[in-house]
Design a protein around this ligand. Sequence first.
Ligand SMILES: C[S@@+](CC[C@H](N)C(=O)[O-])C[C@H]1O[C@@H](n2cnc3c(N)ncnc32)[C@H](O)[C@@H]1O
Length: 234
Amino acid sequence: MEIPVIFQAPLDIFGVCNEPVTQTEKRLITSIHKEFNKAPAIDTSKIRAFRLMKGKRRWMEIGTESKANLAYMTHILDDPNLIIDIDIHNNEEGKKRLYDLSDNLNYHFLEGSSSDAIIKNRIDKILSGIKLDGLFIDGNHMFNYVFNDFASYYKYLSSDGFIFFHDIYFIGHSKSKGVAQFLSWLSTILPVYQISGDRAASLYMPHYSPETVWGGIAIVTMKDILALEKKLIY
Ligand SMILES: C[S@@+](CC[C@H](N)C(=O)[O-])C[C@H]1O[C@@H](n2cnc3c(N)ncnc32)[C@H](O)[C@@H]1O
């Protein structure tokens, strides 16, 4: 279905995401997936969304698994990069492959849950006032964790920064709601945009089928968060 104009994302910001994935992008991600032992499937929404990070320098990713996405980001970001990686698992091989990519990578790995106070304190110390250009929330996909990741870390974004969420249609299970319900709630107070499959960027809309749908990227801009804060603070 064609997206009605009222649901569309502003072209001046998200226009760059609307171009289809190129052969060059596909080749790059395919070779990275091979190198980092990640399944070959290509997530076109990630490639399209992360174009917003071109020319930027500072990236934090919650949930990094193979580290293939971090490797991809080293090709997107300008040098010297600041990359902060939080994961509950320590993937030594993935880290080594990442170090092999660049000599001047300013890379910090934090082993633990993004919801732990120790991790939050360490992030605060590493950044000490430095602002991030992008934050990718892709750790635990349950409502309370996604809420925690957004609420704890959005303040570290620069005024033109972006917060990205993955698996945006995941509705959780009988014991806990998922990313989709969090984003549905968030979109009642802030514009939440989605990049999904090959479709143009638009406002977020949960999936209409009851079965689990993976993938998709949601984006919140720091500009919108600051505008909301301004309205709320007297
Ligand atoms: C879907 S994978 C991440 C994939 C990666 N971002 C990519 O694009 O290739 C999810 C990761 O989140 C990690 N994880 C789960 N719960 C977490 C938490 N509370 N804090 C940090 N990482 C977590 C898992 O260990 C796993 O490596």
